[in-house]
Design a protein around this ligand. Structure first.
Ligand code: ATP
Ligand code: MG
Length: 651
């Protein structure tokens, strides 16, 4: 089925071995990584069982590792009992009680250090407050808070009492919040009066009130954190201030021991490709993934200062703020603000101030900061950094090289981590002391993760350069368990294409000569030009490699002769586009990738439609490029006005 394969036209030969100096100080040495790969290959289940015994404190040990009887509804460690907050807090108290768990920096630059002992006490007090307000095991609480320590505290407090949280990113509108509350039938809403991000007030309580006036009938209590100090309406009998709720509560709260399969949380996907799905995660398997991936992929250890810049409202903030670093007993930075406020060097300044050793961010942030120029990172030493990470979208090789050089000073390995809300933690990514890296390549699947690329008939695509459907062929402990309230959609979305053991991620990928994976984009984003199937990411990367281009998004529209033609939306670093530049860019792409990839049309824009997590929404651009009416759900769009502008500019 050669014609169902995706062709790769981008050539990338730059390979970077793990820097010797890094390898020497790494906790996980190449031989350790080798041993992990070998053990996982020899015995998939046994490998994960051993990891689960090594990294988790079980209240009651499990005797069964994997239960596949009801595939694709897999169960892991199913008769074991544990508590996630116990694993993230209590077990560190003897040895690390005074160690800083969280270094919090607010939008306006105030810094607070919270020790493990203090975090434990605050979580217990809040957990007692939740119970006093009627929340119990299995009940759902929606958390609609800014990226402040209280968000992590609320999550850990829910985990402590066996309640299931659903965090909704603070940038979401009232209808999005309402839909998520209703879908989960949540009993409690935890929010704040408001907060400042980039100096702008976000009126969280007003939005929450609006959401509850349009629905949210299941909500019995609303707990409100005082953060901005703005005046808000408090509904008597329903709303209670956080500080009043914890007043008089004990800082001792015995953990509720739950089954390993007890749902820890629900989290809605970012909605890049359609209606958001309520992804349900487990307790034991999820925790194991958070711990292993922090240790393997970030080489996280006791003397590190880890900083994941994501918001707790995304899966990245769940696994790599609330749970992973705390379960490992690490010190981490948590930041309320935005990378460009008060100036575009905020990240770099914070790296120096807090002596960050591991820094994890998204391509959208890297591209935005790159556009502001080299002088901002150059103001700072950045010499504490050891590992740089990226997640969320394919990273264009040009942005990868900038990150490596300007931020990592050619010294820090870059881990480009491919994973999803559904996968719970990293899946395909370099391990910094071990895996040679390559711009734009997510390299290899982690130990215990069986990734492959299949064609439409289910046959492995083995040719280097050819692309296909990215799949995971064996269950892994930290995978999603179902879509909340919709097991049929779970089966159909993730296991409907091949069989009940083959997880379909929805992304397309290819392999290079060394067997490394490169993500080409969403399956739906592949374009078909005169019978050649191309991933849009490659054309975008070629455009971003042009000196004048800051960002690009590529989609197709029907073409009489070629089947489909490429339309590219281009954001320039500065200035306005014109016909001459458009023609230069078309020729540039043809030179870089070959004539088949030459865009039919270039459209200059001031911005691209993005989800609130910063991902380009190509499905909307496809509609715009075809001149069709937009009927898709745009509730997760961050910048709706951009859409109007793009439509108005269409020819
Ligand atoms: P929805 O499923 O609602 O459309 P979403 O897929 O954007 O939303 P997430 O789970 O936040 O929601 O994102 C996962 C997706 O992000 C992956 O399927 C992939 O397309 C993309 N992605 C994440 N990390 C990487 C990476 N390192 N390289 C390439 N793509 C990535
Ligand atoms: Mg998705």
């Amino acid at each position: 089925m050669a014609d169902s394969k995706i062709e790769s036209v981008l050539r990338e030969d730059r390979v970077f071995e793990p820097p010797q100096a890094f390898v020497e100080q790494a906790k996980l040495k190449p031989a350790d990584v080798e041993a992990l790969y070998q053990a996982a290959q020899d015995d998939h289940e046994g490998f994960w069982a051993e990891r689960a015994r090594e990294h988790i404190d079980w209240h009651k040990p499990f005797t069964q590792t994997l239960d596949s009887a009801n595939a694709p509804f897999f169960k892991w460690f199913t008769d074991g009992e544990l508590n996630v907050s116990y694993n993230c807090l209590d077990r560190h108290l003897d040895t690390k009680g005074d160690k800083t768990a969280i270094i919090f920096e607010s939008d306006d630059g105030e810094v607070e250090h919270i020790s493990y002992r203090e975090l434990h006490a605050r979580v217990c007090r809040f957990a007692n407050a939740l119970k006093a307000n009627g929340l119990g095991k299995g009940d759902r609480a929606v958390i609609y808070l800014p990226n402040v320590p209280q968000a992590a505290i609320a999550m850990l407090a829910c985990a402590r009492i066996g309640a299931i949280h659903s965090v909704v990113f603070g940038g979401f509108s009232a209808p999005s919040l309402r839909d998520r509350i209703d879908d989960a039938e949540a009993k409690m809403l935890i929010t704040a009066d408001g907060n400042y991000r980039g100096g702008k007030l976000i009126p969280l309580k007003d939005v929450a009130d609006k959401a509850l006036s349009q629905g949210g009938a299941s909500i019995e209590k609303v707990i409100v954190l005082k953060r901005s100090g703005t005046d808000v309406a408090m509904t008597s009998g329903r709303d209670i201030w956080w500080h009043d709720a914890i007043d008089g509560q004990s800082d001792d709260c015995p953990p509720e021991w739950v089954n390993a399969e007890h749902p820890l949380f629900i989290l809605y996907t970012s909605g890049s490709t359609g209606k958001p799905k309520g992804i349900q995660h487990s307790t034991g398997g999820y925790l194991l993934g958070a711990i292993c991936t922090c240790r393997w992929v970030f080489d996280l250890s006791d003397d590190d200062v880890f900083w994941c810049t994501a918001d707790v409202g995304w899966i990245t903030g769940h696994t790599y703020i609330a749970y992973g670093p705390t379960a490992c007993g690490a010190t981490q930075v948590m930041f309320e603000g935005v990378p460009t406020y008060p100036e575009p060097d905020r990240f770099w300044k914070m790296v120096d101030t807090h002596q960050v050793t591991i820094f994890y961010t998204a391509p959208t942030a890297i591209r935005a900061l790159m556009k502001h120029g080299d002088e901002y990172p150059q103001r700072h030493a950045l010499d504490s950094l050891k590992v740089l990470g990226t997640v969320g979208e394919p990273i264009n090789p040009e942005a990868w090289m900038w990150y490596r050089k300007m931020i990592g000073h050619d010294r820090c390995p870059i881990v480009d981590t491919w994973w999803q809300t559904e996968t719970g933690g990293h899946m395909i990514t370099p391990i910094p002391s071990y895996t040679p890296t390559k711009p734009g390549s997510v390299t290899r699947a982690l130990p215990g993760i069986d990734a492959d690329i299949l064609d439409e008939a289910g046959k492995p695509v083995t040719d280097a350069g050819a692309g296909g459907v990215l799949v995971i062929k064996k269950p892994w402990p930290y995978m999603l368990r179902t879509i909340w309230g919709d097991p049929e959609r779970y089966k159909e979305t993730y296991f409907g294409m091949y069989d009940a053991h083959t997880y379909v991620a929805g992304d397309s990928a290819q392999r290079d000569e060394q067997g490394n994976f490169r993500i080409l984009g969403r399956i739906d984003d592949v374009v078909n030009i005169s019978g050649h199937r191309l991933g849009t990411m490659e054309v975008e990367s070629a455009l971003v490699a042009h000196a004048e281009v800051a960002e690009a998004a590529v989609v197709s529209r029907p073409h009489e002769v070629k089947g489909e033609a490429i339309v590219a939306f281009v954001i320039l670093k500065s200035g306005e586009g014109n016909d001459e530049l458009a023609s230069d860019l078309r020729n540039w792409v043809a030179e870089q990738l070959g004539a088949i990839a030459k865009p039919e049309e270039i459209r200059f824009a001031d911005g691209l439609p993005k989800t609130r997590s910063g991902k380009i929404m190509r499905r909307l651009l496809r509609t715009v490029a075809r001149g069709d009416e937009v009927t898709q759900d745009v509730s997760t769009l961050e910048n709706p006005q951009i859409l109007e502008q793009l439509q108005a500019r269409g020819s």
